[in-house]
Design a protein around this ligand. Structure first.
Ligand SMILES: CC(=O)SCCNC(=O)CCNC(=O)[C@H](O)C(C)(C)COP(=O)(O)OP(=O)(O)OC[C@H]1O[C@@H](n2cnc3c(N)ncnc32)[C@H](O)[C@@H]1OP(=O)(O)O
Ligand SMILES: CC(=O)C(=O)O
Length: 531
């Protein structure tokens, strides 16, 4: 049986731009358009020409893309014709393949927000769509508040949808604008709409206010809608829009959808999905959601020993799809929830071949569990675990020995007479029988200690030149005076490799020192340094 075509409409650059804290530049938008086009979405809603200088500038140039570049804006205002409406004029002038008009589809919204009559609203839809089609553009109508409007007055909501379709709109998009509609309601209402407007002209635009935007989009498809609007990483107003990064793999990998529908994204492009998702987060300076379905760091990670044991026999035992299909990877972590299988898997990743029956595996696992009881966390500190494992297997040389360190924090007047806080550290290390003393200042005690430690490591100095600290996290594990501090440090080197190390102590400087020493030692081991 021939598959039906399902269209993907991305609004990362329009509804996504309405996300609290998100602010795209023209350059950002062009980059995201490239990512989306590479992925294979059908429509890219790039912004709202006339609403702000960024979007006006963006739509002043044409965009050679396989996807249909779409300009968003409202229908003409009541009381004037489309030909006399500056908002509609900006849309018609925009260099775009398609125009998506937003129009109210709720009698209540028409009365309260637009303060016009129902007939005026229908006229705005009719006149605006007709003008866009006459100008040779593909027209879409986002029927705002459609589901709430339908519950209140189905005839008026349907009249809005029908007017859009009969005026020439290629797509009539049903919007759950306030995001409160549930999947069973969406399914029921969309079935009624497709009896009036053919399903291959109906789209769904779901918001995530009850965390069901993805489920609502799938419900609409089951009921007959054939366009899904959504955003990368679920960006969007308030709680966001339907997340295309979750929807795309579901449509391609789950039989109920994959067997019936074809989308513009193919299995090869799907392998870039995790990268696309991370690139957007990086551009927006947002920490990626570790628990994001399909693409998050934890999406295919397991801590539990029982799971790890089965995964090593066959990954399908605990994975709903293979991670490589979406460009993600499997992670088997070592922690206090682990069994020997977790340790073996991690050792294999580190290139260490050990037999499951080797008593050192059980000893290493016991050591990890006792240390985790003291506050260490190895699942978040891959390099510290690797060092612990390699030490127990006897393969870590003593590259250097820190004989002593001191750190001083002083608040004093500087030369300009301003009060400043200065941190200074002195470190005495022995490398190959040679004693080296380094002193450094820093913007805080840990920074001063880090700089002093890495200032002179004798013969190893050329190997650690590109090492940098990129993240420093502190967690106090017990309250009160018995508090234990856990420090997690992330480091990066000149090759872009990243690793994390951990230190635990009642004293924050001491905990930081342990994590710093592990980081340097891991770098030397990675470089193949010899003692
Ligand atoms: C559900 C959604 O996400 S819809 C998308 C919403 N996105 C945005 O609003 C982002 C971009 N918007 C903007 O930059 C500005 O709102 C602009 C430039 C579009 C308009 O700005 P202003 O002219 O100052 O109007 P303002 O934003 O205060 O109010 C919106 C006006 O549009 C009217 N309006 C709202 N929807 C529609 C519609 N579908 N058709 C016609 N008019 C509409 C409102 O009634 C209101 O009219 P009023 O000024 O007579 O009260
Ligand atoms: C159009 C739109 O973004 C909405 O109704 O949610």
């Amino acid at each position: 049986m021939a598959k039906e075509r399902l269209y993907l409409f991305d609004t990362t650059l329009r509804d996504g731009a309405q996300t609290n804290g998100v602010d795209f530049t023209v350059a950002d938008k062009l980059k995201v358009m490239g990512l989306l086009d590479g992925l294979g979405v059908d429509y890219i809603e790039a912004g709202y020409p006339g609403a702000n200088p960024t979007d006006s500038q963006l739509f002043a140039q044409s965009h050679p893309a396989k996807a249909r570049v779409t300009a968003f804006g409202m229908t003409k205002r009541p009381g004037r014709s489309a030909a006399n409406d500056p908002g509609v004029a900006a849309l018609l002038e925009a260099k775009a393949d398609a125009i998506c008009f937003v129009a109210k589809a709720s009698a209540y919204q028409v009365r309260v927000a637009l303060e016009c009559s129902r007939e005026d609203n229908l006229d705005s839809i009719r006149d605006s769509v007709t003008a866009a089609v006459a100008a040779g553009r593909e027209a879409l109508v986002d029927c705002e508040h459609f589901f709430d409007g339908f519950k209140e007055d189905p005839d008026f909501a349907l009249a809005c949808a029908r007017t859009a379709f009969e005026s020439g709109a290629r797509w009539v998009v049903l919007c759950d604008t306030n995001g409160g509609t549930l999947p069973h309601e969406v399914e029921e209402i969309v079935r009624k709409v497709v009896a009036v407007v053919p399903g291959d002209h109906v789209g769904i635009h779901a918001h995530n206010d009850t965390e069901q935007a993805v489920a609502n989009s799938l419900a609409a498809v089951r009921a007959g809608a054939r366009q899904i609007q959504g955003t990368l990483n679920g960006l969007g107003e308030r709680c966001g829009n339907a997340n295309l990064v979750s929807l795309i793999p579901t449509l391609l990998l789950k039989a109920d959808y994959a067997d019936r529908f074809e989308i513009g994204v193919d299995r090869e492009r799907l392998t870039h999905l995790a990268q696309v998702s991370r690139t957007l987060d990086e551009m927006l300076n947002r920490a990626p959601n570790r628990h994001a379905p399909y693409v998050g760091d934890s999406a295919f990670a397991t801590k539990a020993g029982i799971h790890a044991s089965a995964i090593l026999k066959d990954p399908a035992t605990y994975e709903h799809v293979p991670p490589e299909l979406v460009g993600n990877r499997r992670r088997v972590m070592v922690s206090d929830q682990a069994g020997k299988s977790n340790v073996l898997s991690e050792l294999e990743r580190l290139g260490v071949a050990v037999d499951k029956g080797d008593p050192r595996v059980a000893r290493l696992l016991d050591e990890v569990k006792s240390r985790e009881a003291l506050g260490y966390s190895y699942e978040a500190a891959d390099a510290s675990f690797a060092l612990l494992a390699k030490r127990m297997l006897g393969t870590v040389p003593d590259f250097f020995r820190v004989e002593r360190f001191s750190v001083k924090v002083e608040r004093r007047f500087n030369a300009k007479g301003e009060m400043t806080t200065v941190a200074e550290a002195i470190v005495k290390v022995e490398v190959d029988g040679e004693v080296l003393i380094s002193a450094a200042e820093g913007n805080g005690p840990v920074n001063a200690l880090d700089v002093a430690l890495r200032k002179d490591l004798g013969k190893y100095q050329p190997l650690i030149g590109g090492l940098k600290l990129t993240d420093y996290r502190v967690r106090i594990l017990d309250g009160g005076t018995e508090a234990i501090t856990r420090v997690l440090i992330e480091s990066v080197d000149e090759t872009g490799d990243r690793w994390s190390t951990v230190g635990v102590s009642p004293n924050i400087i001491d905990a930081s020192f342990q994590a710093l020493i592990d980081s340097i030692t891991w770098k030397l081991l990675k470089e193949g340094a010899r003692a």
